[in-house]
Every structure is written in structure tokens, then in C-alpha cells.
Design a protein around this ligand. Structure first.
Ligand SMILES: CC(C)(COP(=O)(O)OP(=O)(O)OC[C@H]1O[C@@H](n2cnc3c(N)ncnc32)[C@H](O)[C@@H]1OP(=O)(O)O)[C@@H](O)C(=O)NCCC(=O)NCCS
Length: 189
């Protein structure tokens, strides 16, 4: 995994948190293009009611938003989801940069773990970023899983194998893409 800051056409990629509604709309526009337009995810699955309470992390090339990810807060665990990079800006490590910023942000807010629910097609990508599965790989006899829970420590010096998943991180069986609710405790603050 490269630690060099990505640049595209000689311009550095920067990352900022959404601070106002217009910023959040940029994240939502990117997700609409990638998930609804490109991947044909239904609108009601993509916009699931969790966007107002979430932190939106956005990647920019100059002033142009080119990628985004959403962070939700559950005590010592932060959940990343809806990672998307506009198609024409892929392959420049923008996705990696966004996940890395989530790690730093979550660590700075006292979380010790990042958690994600990952579709089978994305397992290699997320694994490449140093995340590990919480459930073992199927031996082919069980029903194919639709979503795989994955975690990584916010402290990069900790190998993923040592990240102890809290017992509260449970995946409800048989849920579809749009129902990615997990029974994690809410922050008390
Ligand atoms: C998945 C996605 C966010 C990757 O964004 P990106 O900025 O192009 O990815 P990066 O450039 O950070 O990739 C980092 C590394 O992962 C690799 N990679 C990219 N997509 C991959 C995939 N689908 N499977 C496995 N590896 C992948 C890259 O080759 C690169 O490897 P390298 O460091 O050895 O060169 C982007 O393809 C996307 O927006 N897809 C549509 C939305 C989506 O599927 N989101 C779910 C993501 S979990």
C-alpha cells in the first residue's frame, strides 16, 4: 500500500470533511453517479436515512469533488460505507486515501476500530487496504454470503489479525444490500 499522496494530472488530491449542506451534496452527487448511475443500486437502498447523522469525507481535485466515503459513529467503532470514486478518476489511489483519512479521523475521535460491511466483489479491494474479514471464507458448502463484515485498527501499527472485534459487531443474517443496519451501540454523547 503506497503512502505517497496521490496526484492526478500533476494536481494533488486533497481530502476534506463536509462542513455544510453543500459539501454533503457533493458526496451525495458522487454516490448517485457511482452507485445509482453506474452500479444500478436502487435510490432507496443508497439513501437509507443515515446521511444526516453521518460524517462525509470528500476527495477533491482542485475544487472538484471526485470521491467520497461516509463515516458513522458507534462508540469505539466507526463504520465506513458508500466509498465511491468517480469512474474517470479511478486507479489513482483516491479510494485508498479516503479510507486512510477515515482511519486517522476515527483514531483522533477515540475509536480503536474501523468496521465495514463489504460486498463479495469488493473483498479484495478492502483486504488490500489492510482490513480483515470477521467471518471465515466459505468452504463452498454454505450459502454464498451477501455481505462480509471487515475491520481494521485505527492504529496502523497494529496488524489486522490483532484487532479484536467487539462482540456487539454482529451481522444480521440474510439481509440485502439496502438493509445494512447493524446492532452496534450508539455513542452516548
Ligand atoms: C472501489 C473504488 C472506490 C476504488 O477506488 P480507486 O481510487 O480507483 O482505488 P485505488 O486507486 O485506491 O486502489 C488502490 C489499490 O486497489 C486496487 N483495486 C482497485 N479496485 C479494485 C478492485 N475492485 N479489486 C481489487 N483491487 C482493486 C488498485 O489496483 C490499487 O492497487 P495498487 O495499490 O496495487 O496499485 C472505485 O473503484 C469505485 O468507486 N467503485 C464503485 C463504487 C464501489 O464499488 N464502492 C465500494 C467500494 S468498497
Amino acid at each position: 500500500m503506497s503512502t505517497v499522496e496521490p496526484s492526478i494530472f500533476g494536481m494533488p488530491v486533497t481530502v476534506r470533511l463536509a462542513m455544510k449542506m453543500e459539501d454533503a451534496l457533493q458526496a451525495i452527487a458522487i454516490r448517485a453517479a457511482c452507485f445509482i448511475g453506474e452500479l444500478e443500486v436502487p435510490f432507496s437502498d443508497e439513501f437509507d436515512g443515515h446521511d444526516y447523522g453521518a460524517t462525509h469525507v470528500i476527495a477533491y481535485l482542485g475544487d472538484e469533488p471526485i470521491g467520497a466515503v461516509r463515516l458513522r459513529w458507534f462508540g469505539s467503532v466507526a463504520m465506513t460505507d458508500r466509498l465511491a470514486v468517480l469512474q474517470r478518476f479511478r486507479g489513482h489511489r483516491v479510494g485508498q486515501l479516503l479510507l486512510e483519512r477515515c482511519r486517522v479521523l476515527a483514531g483522533s475521535r477515540g475509536c480503536n476500530m474501523l468496521y465495514a460491511q463489504v460486498l463479495p466483489a469488493d473483498l479484495d479491494y478492502v483486504g488490500k487496504q489492510g482490513w480483515r474479514r470477521l467471518v471465515p471464507e466459505s468452504d463452498g458448502t454454505a450459502e454464498p454470503v451477501q455481505i462480509v463484515p471487515m475491520v481494521t485498527a485505527t492504529d496502523p501499527s497494529k496488524p489486522p489479525s490483532e484487532v479484536a472485534a467487539p462482540e456487539v459487531v454482529i451481522l444480521r443474517p440474510g439481509r440485502q444490500l439496502g438493509s445494512r443496519e447493524i446492532p452496534l451501540p450508539r455513542c452516548s454523547s
